[in-house]
Design a protein around this ligand. Structure first.
Ligand SMILES: C[S@@+](CC[C@H](N)C(=O)[O-])C[C@H]1O[C@@H](n2cnc3c(N)ncnc32)[C@H](O)[C@@H]1O
Length: 321
């Protein structure tokens, strides 16, 4: 047991496991409400207006990459984005997420009074008062989705939420966009953009945050500035950038308290920063003390946290030059 990560006999889970590839479903569930607050309203409203609705027996077809436990489908239904028939193909490269998504979505549907029936392990049908969604949970890497004939398209909407900083998007995104119908939409959200801020400021912040961002770069060049790189990339020929805007995470205590999800999320972020920085050669000697202090500040309701992200909505016009 690593004593430095134990506060009040509690071990804090990180956002992902030691490999950084398998995200903790509890972290993704806690992140949902924080993302809800952060998502850019203008980009969402533009999506609402631009997304075609089902015409008669023709469903609206949606493909999500890196879907995790399915919180974006939950959000889309809760916010009334879909009416009538739809298909929703939620894919992820981590097989553990598919089982977690089935469980998470079943619980959510039960709470909302929706009917979610499963056929086999990965096919479902979600019926709400206004939408009838045929749901597929698919094991797929974003990199190979363009070639997967078992995931039928074309799609009206592609969604990638909090995932494009994990893939080589200049190579992967054009291939994903090829799965869209002519004039199809891509809703690309929660793209990290180079700022992580813990408040109040304390000794070691600057170096630890710099090394944390450097660890993202070591994993994938450019990852720590995915947001601004996308802003340029999405203005290339064949794409029409319909909306763009900030979707920063912002958490602060209210009367020295957080919601349970906020508290879990903050501990997970601190643990993740510590773990990633500890992996480098010669990590700063004050790293464990920094993390201990930050965990204590969460317990005391004293920590605020900000992280910069950008959201985008683009239309794909493959016939344009
Ligand atoms: C930060 S999580 C976000 C999950 C979900 N979109 C959310 O916000 O709750 C990133 C997700 O992308 C998945 N992922 C990572 N690399 C991927 C890849 N190359 N192709 C597809 N999914 C990937 C992970 O398994 C994980 O579920």
């Amino acid at each position: 047991m690593r004593q430095d990560n134990v506060i009040n006999s509690q071990i804090h889970p990180a956002a992902a496991d030691e490999t950084g590839k398998s995200f903790d479903p509890r972290y993704l569930a806690a992140k949902k409400g924080i993302d809800d607050k952060a998502l850019n309203q203008d980009v969402w409203e533009t999506l609402r207006q631009a997304l075609p609705q089902a015409a008669g027996s023709e469903p609206v077809n949606i493909l999500e990459v890196g879907a995790g436990i399915g919180t974006m489908l939950e959000r889309i239904i809760d916010r009334g984005l879909l009416t009538g028939l739809a298909t929703y193909t939620a894919t992820d490269s981590d097989p553990g997420q598919l089982g977690a998504a089935r469980e998470y979505l079943s619980q959510w549907a039960g709470k909302r009074g929706h009917v979610l029936s499963w056929f086999g392990e990965h096919h479902g049908r979600l019926r709400t008062a206004s939408a009838d969604v045929s749901l597929v949970l698919g094991l797929a890497c974003a990199e190979e989705l363009a070639d997967r004939s078992d995931i039928p398209g074309p799609f009206h909407l592609l969604i990638a939420h909090a995932v494009l900083d994990l893939v080589d998007f200049p190579a992967v995104l054009p291939r994903l966009l090829s799965r869209l119908k002519n004039n199809g939409l891509a809703y690309l959200t929660c793209n990290f953009d180079g700022e992580t801020i813990f408040l109040p400021e304390c000794v070691g912040d600057e170096e630890i945050v710099r090394l944390y961002h450097a660890s993202m770069e070591a994993r994938l060049t450019g990852a720590s500035h995915t947001g601004r790189r996308l802003l340029t990339f999405l203005q290339r020929p064949g794409l029409e950038l319909l909306a763009a805007g900030s979707s920063d995470w912002g958490i602060h205590p209210r009367q020295t308290r957080y919601s349970m999800d906020e508290s879990f999320f903050l501990h997970a972020i601190i643990e993740t920063v510590e773990r990633e920085v500890a992996k480098i050669n010669n990590p700063p000697s004050g790293l464990a003390a920094w993390a201990r202090l930050r965990h204590q500040q969460v317990e005391a309701g004293e920590l605020s946290f900000l992280a910069r992200h950008l959201d985008f909505l683009v239309r794909h016009h493959p016939s344009l030059p």
